[in-house]
Design a protein around this ligand. Structure first.
Ligand code: GLP
Length: 265
């Protein structure tokens, strides 16, 4: 893991954007259309804005990039504003100029467990057809979840239907009219699926994430903290601000986020 601690959330996002662009350039130089794994949540919004600036400056172009969602709610009609296809189109694809038809999202709008299981399997197949994810953007839940892999998720799990934790439903109630409108289930990439991405880039900012970040980066590798699988990945880039890093014991060993950034010291 490469862990960077930034003075500000903006600097953390810039560091993350540099890690994403570098991974996508490497993929493109091998002659394939790169695959960018996209996450919802507030954490990656600054990163998407930075990627948008890179497009505006002519440093990046996502028109030949494929997007792949990390997860999707079950049971929302297609086009629901809180559905993750819709959210990712609005908050990521539109911002970076990734064509909507190039965004793959698990189908959470099919009915019945058999159809949902088939949708999860089909999503794994789609990721393989695309050649795998080159770089997966991640946030972290306050309970240590990754995607919607809640505590207790199998460390080698694949894309599947999961029940959402009560805390996650509460955390996400702000996107729905009423807490009871938050879906109870989702389809999420598994921890094993996430680990297959060639690079992982996690952004966490704010002190609400400090405990989860400390447990994930410095605690034991355990299903109780799904994000601890980051420790197992050969190319995980962790971009934090000081607040999110405040629970880390080994803070002095981590790099200053400005180091190595284009235009940085
Ligand atoms: C949701 C998403 C996660 C995301 C989490 C944190 O639960 N499924 O992928 O990491 O929210 O969101 P935020 O960044 O807004 O704290």
């Amino acid at each position: 893991m490469e862990t960077f601690v930034a003075a500000t959330p903006e600097e953390a996002s810039m560091r993350a954007a540099a890690a994403v662009l570098d991974a996508l350039e490497r993929a493109a130089s091998s002659g394939r259309d790169p695959v960018l794994g996209l996450a919802t949540g507030s954490s990656p919004l600054g990163l998407y804005a930075e990627l948008g600036h890179a497009v505006a400056d002519g440093r990046a172009d996502f028109t030949h990039t494929h997007g792949a969602a990390l997860d999707e709610y079950v049971g929302l009609p297609s086009g629901h504003p809180a559905g993750y296809r819709h959210v990712l189109m609005r908050e990521a694809c539109d911002v970076i100029g990734l064509p909507p038809e190039r965004l793959a999202v698990p189908r959470g709008d099919v009915v019945g467990l058999a159809a949902l299981d088939a949708a999860a399997t089909a999503y794994e197949t789609r990721l393989r057809e695309l050649g795998g994810v080159d770089v997966q953007v991640l946030g972290i839940g306050a309970n240590g979840h990754l995607g919607f892999n809640e505590p207790g998720s199998a460390l080698r799990s694949r894309t599947r239907v999961k029940r959402l934790a009560a805390r996650t439903r509460r955390d996400n109630a702000r996107f729905f009219g009423a807490p009871q409108d938050v879906p109870t289930h989702c389809i999420t990439q598994g921890l094993g699926t996430i680990l297959d991405a060639r690079r992982l880039v996690l952004v966490a900012v704010g002190d609400a994430k400090a405990d989860a970040v400390a447990a994930a980066l410095e605690g034991p590798l355990t299903a109780s903290v799904p994000a601890s699988v980051l420790q197992w990945h050969p190319d995980a880039v962790i971009c934090l601000d000081e607040a999110a890093a405040s629970g880390l014991r080994n803070r002095q060993y981590y790099d200053d986020a400005a180091a190595g950034l284009p235009g940085g010291d």
